[in-house]
Design a protein around this ligand. Sequence first.
Ligand code: SAH
Length: 222
Amino acid sequence: MVPPDRREAHWMKWTAADHDDLVRIIEREVDDPRIVDAFRSVRREDFVPEGAEGEAYEDRPVPLPNRQTTSQPSLIARMIDAAAIEPDDRVLEIGTGYGFQTALLASLAREVVSVDRYPELVEAARANLADGGFTNVTVILGDGWDPIPDRGPFDATIVSAAAPEIPDALVDQLVEGGRLVIPLKTGRGELVELFVKTATGMRRERHITPARFVPLVRGVDA
Ligand code: SAH
């Protein structure tokens, strides 16, 4: 019998990845059992484009329309962990994509508002979240650099696109003591950072991880 070659073995391994494999990866990534439960209850294949379901349980980004991607699950887990979401929290997400992280946040928080600048992504995410039965989520077509009328303030904000600086609107919309997790472009690449809002401004709390994100572009796509 011909021994299977190593590339084939690798290929077989990753095409065989399923929901439980992804949950196990998340268990190794974060300690908070609520976050693991959220990943257990949300199936990523429901939040990727049609035809990409076979890639959904890989721990890597999956392409979305408009040259966007849905983020790597282990990175999402670490960012949600850093944001320390409590069950009573109102959470703002900038960059909805197809709504995967939105669904995780909605499983953890009282209410989630999510903003994306592409109409096509907003519509897809709304449909995916409605199919999943999430009723505590509002997806808004808008620009995360701008204030969101009548929705704040938020206990936590997660930004899923890289910015050169913290948008003022996000600071204004946070409660004092509120957490902001954001990838910032720096001379050393993109760094995901945790900030906390204090009476005098944003205090940098800690570095989470280096990462690569799509840019936080200004303006709504027309
Ligand atoms: N949270 C998503 C990540 C999607 S990728 C997930 O779970 O996978 C980042 C998203 O940020 C893209 O959908 C992109 O359209 C959006 N984005 C980029 N700039 C934006 C801006 N200024 N305002 C709102 N959304 C923005």
